[in-house]
Design a protein around this ligand. Sequence first.
Ligand SMILES: Nc1ncnc2c1ncn2[C@@H]1O[C@H](COP(=O)(O)OP(=O)(O)O)[C@@H](O)[C@H]1O
Ligand SMILES: [Mg+2]
Length: 423
Amino acid sequence: MPRVLLLLPTTTYRARDFLDAADSLDIEIVIGSDGRQTLEDLMGQRALVLPLGGGAENDVRASVAAIADANEKTPFDAIVGVDDGGIVVAAAASDRLGLPANDVAAVRRTRDKREQRSAFSAAEVPQPEYTALDPDDVRRLLAGERLDQIDHVTFPAVLKPPELSGSQGVIRVDAPGEMRAAAQRIVDIIKGSTEETEECSPGSGALVLEEFVAGPEVAVEAVVRSGNVRVLAVFDKPDPLDGPYFEETIYVTPSRHSDRDLRDLERVVAIGVGALGITEGPVHAEARLGDRGVRLLEVAARSIGGLCARALRFGVGVTLEEVILRHALELPVPVLVPEGAASGVMMLPIPHAGTLREVRGVDEARAVPGVVGLETTIPVGSAVVPLPEGDRYLGFLFGRGDDPAEVEDTLRRAHARLEIEIS
Ligand SMILES: Nc1ncnc2c1ncn2[C@@H]1O[C@H](COP(=O)(O)OP(=O)(O)O)[C@@H](O)[C@H]1O
Ligand SMILES: [Mg+2]
């Protein structure tokens, strides 16, 4: 039986889905995680406590040493990193054990939006115009100075932290005069997230300023093998993402964009992946279809976040997690034809900040024809925080149907049945 080390950061939503996939493939799993909670929830699994630390240098070194020790006793056939918190250690430990995986520097590059932009720029990947503000620029901006770099970007623009995800700290800025307040807000968000999870590298006080690319946004799920990018699904995001904050809601696949747009998109994603040096494993890319063509927003060396992967099934019920595990073990990956006609997910929007009191209408939402799942992921009694400060999903609603328009409609109708009480 093949043996896989699965690196699960505490913040992951996907432990269960990966374990189910391992079960159906007859794979022995050892879990590596930084959180006792994750390990307790998954009791009965063999486990390693590792300081995944989101990729901080010392933590990576300590984790790699612990993995190498464990491997001495019983070798691993593959190491799979889940979500942003697990992928740097997975690459570094695979390298140490001689297992095929991404180059560590390439994975790190995907975790820093400044480095991504400069790699894309060097390879002439179409992307938003941008300028990187280093910590000193940011200090001057906060002190009220005007920065010359701002002239490199047309407004409206987007100001963002280089190392967060899930749209946390991403703010649309309509004019240079709004830069200072937005920067202050983002710097406070970075501070908060560093204190909470110790995940951000301490030196980060940098920001990225980009031209706001208008136009519909899409997400691409793909797997890469020996540098060849194979697109598994393209999701449309039918709710406009115009800011000032970028809360994602509905994802629906297959895409309704033209074949020509989709071909351009695939081409841009493939050169973007190559520019970053990602050669193995899942990737999740986001792009805008702007007036002047596809603009690549970002590429992550992991699969789609939250529970959104549940919106995908390939062949006869094969999950994305199974595809990822098979890929890691170099097992044949089945013909990846999406199962069924159309599917989608809604990340439940957070209407305002407060304490979650009750979610009513769950049965009614589940009863809407076409709804195949609904899960809330913030317990009643906990704080809910909207973007740009928030870093957690309220829940996920899943739908299937004959075509994408029907799925979108199903998700909207089911969401309308939910009454989310926040005080
Ligand atoms: N340059 C841009 N133009 C238009 N929208 C953008 C731009 N940058 C970010 N956004 C919006 O903000 C969202 C989050 O930004 P992104 O760079 O993907 O950071 P994160 O890692 O938090 O997902 C994007 O999905 C998009 O909707
Ligand atoms: Mg993104």
